[in-house]
Design a protein around this ligand. Structure first.
Ligand SMILES: *Cc1c(COP(=O)(O)O)cnc(C)c1O
Length: 490
């Protein structure tokens, strides 16, 4: 299958590219991104055929339907990385928390956040392609906490790929910082920036547009790629777990094949939600996809009113930092699917120029046929965490908790909801400790210990070990020194 461009073709780039081209160079004409030319139809017969499949078998079948230009042996090795999750037979447990509320836990990988679901196999595939072509790639990442650890972990020691990861010094949790600064492979560079996440991100952007930087990369025969979810190489793996979770509900006797469910996604850059949208388009019986946000509720506004409005808004720091985003990249892929390339280009240009775009009434209706949305503020999130633990014995993180609001406010039919849990409680422990016991910890280690005691659950070994691992990455610099630092590294 080939991939085409969300904003149309500029006449200089190829009008369609293969999967491997789309992941090695993810940016397309007019600042657009790549989407599949068509989606395979899987339908109810596919679901029936995979009722008893394990996760990897299901994944192989979904990927086969996309007819990717990747060797089967490489795909198999990539999927084998799910064997490194807590329970190799069940990398994504689906837990019934109460009658109609199921939580699909996407965080059982090495860095305890759902980024591993896609980044683990993606890293192996990108490195294999680079080796096959005898090319060298640099991945630049700016992270507020979860993308960084998962990107470093997947590329650690992999050939032909280097990663430079920028994070705001003091702007991540202790666990997230330790996950980054204790990574010691020669192909990884972690750089703390004096400033906040916006500073790290804008530093990355100016680096990408710097002529001297581009020239230096050419001199070193190094190509740039990206590991964020504009890269379709991540999205391809994010459709599978939606289908898997649906089949889990069938296996648990909660629904019959063909019955509809709600998918409920804590959303930031909309990659997770887009995976659900594509799964639905391929035939998964979904009533609606519920988009859950925190106080950075631009998506709630878009889906309720048809206006994407960033005017006068600044990112608000919340207890669910992976969703502290105003410009949500993957919405563009939905716009393309619903309204076509011309209109997508128009809307994205409006957003760039005026920080706002408006859908027509008809366009809004087609968006609302698929999506509904709500958001939860930090205080509500803490109540959901505390109540769900006390009443149902279930421990969850703040990102997951935002979904509990939409589960009540957005379902207009009494159908089960699958809520996606995107991080383990260990990654945002001070918020959870406060919700459980009222204590205010400034250090993650204190919060981890008290949650572990209160919930009678062990701290997972890879989190506990972090606090004893030597720091291998100690660079903390000012924004203007980044270019020199990255070039010295490569
Ligand atoms: C990345 C992330 C999200 C947001 O996912 P998107 O696919 O960007 O919408 C939510 N929760 C956690 C913990 C994350 O790491």
């Amino acid at each position: 299958m080939n991939f085409i461009e969300t904003r149309g073709n500029d006449g200089r780039r190829p009008s369609s590219v293969s999967f491997s081209q789309a992941i090695l160079g993810p940016m397309s004409s007019f600042g657009g991104i790549y989407v599949p030319e068509a989606l395979p139809a899987l339908g109810v017969s596919f679901l029936r055929a995979h009722l008893d499949s394990d996760y990897k078998t299901l994944a192989r079948a979904v990927l086969a339907a996309f007819e990717l230009d990747i060797d089967q042996a490489v795909i198999d090795r990539a999927l084998d990385l799910y064997d490194g999750f807590d329970d190799p037979a069940h990398p994504v447990p689906v837990v019934r928390v109460r009658d109609d509320l199921f939580v699909a836990e996407l965080y059982h990988g090495p860095t305890r956040a759902f980024k591993d679901m896609a980044l683990q196999p993606f890293g192996l595939i990108l490195s294999s392609l680079a080796q096959e072509r005898d090319e060298h790639y640099l991945i630049l990442a700016a992270t507020s906490g979860d993308t960084g650890p998962a990107t470093l972990e997947t590329f650690k020691g992999r050939a032909n790929v280097k990663v430079a990861c920028l994070y705001p010094d003091g702007g991540t949790s202790d666990v997230q910082r330790l996950q980054m600064v204790t990574e010691d492979a020669a192909n990884l560079k972690v750089i703390g920036i004096h400033g906040d996440f916006d500073d790290a991100q804008s530093a990355l952007k100016s680096l990408l547009s710097s002529d001297s930087f581009q020239a230096a990369l050419r001199e070193r025969h190094t190509h740039l790629s990206a590991a964020n979810s504009v890269n379709f190489g991540r999205i391809i793996f994010q459709q599978i777990y939606h289908i898997h979770s649906y089949l889990e509900l069938v296996r648990q006797g909660a629904i019959a094949i063909g019955d509809k469910v709600y998918l409920n996604v804590p959303s930031g850059n909309f990659g997770n939600a887009l995976g659900g949208y594509y799964a639905m388009k391929m035939g998964l019986p979904v009533e609606k996809i519920l988009i859950s946000s925190n106080s950075n509720n631009v998506l709630t506004g878009l889906i309720r009113t048809g206006v994407y409005d960033m005017r006068g808004r600044k990112v608000i720091a919340t207890s669910s930092p992976a969703m502290d985003i105003l410009k949500s990249s993957n919405v563009e892929r939905v716009l393309f699917d619903l309204f076509g390339a011309q209109r997508t280009r128009e809307l994205m240009a409006e957003l760039d120029e005026n920080r706002v775009y408006r859908l027509t009434g008809e366009e809004l209706a087609s968006l609302q046929a698929v999506f509904a949305a709500d958001y939860a503020e930090d205080a509500e999130v803490e109540v959901y965490i505390g109540e769900t633990f006390r009443n149902h014995g279930y421990l969850m993180d703040p990102h997951t908790a935002t979904c509990f609001k939409a589960h009540v406010s957005c379902r207009d039919k009494p159908l089960p909801g699958i809520l996606y849990s995107t991080a383990e409680w260990t990654k945002f422990s001070p918020t959870i400790a406060h919700a459980l016991t009222g204590e205010t910890d400034s250090q993650d280690i204190d919060a981890l210990k008290s949650i572990s005691a209160a919930a009678n659950t062990p701290i997972p070994p890879m989190i506990e070990a972090l606090f004893d691992r030597p720091v291998a990455q100690s660079t903390v610099i000012d924004k203007q020194d980044i270019e020199r630092e990255v070039l010295a590294f490569i």
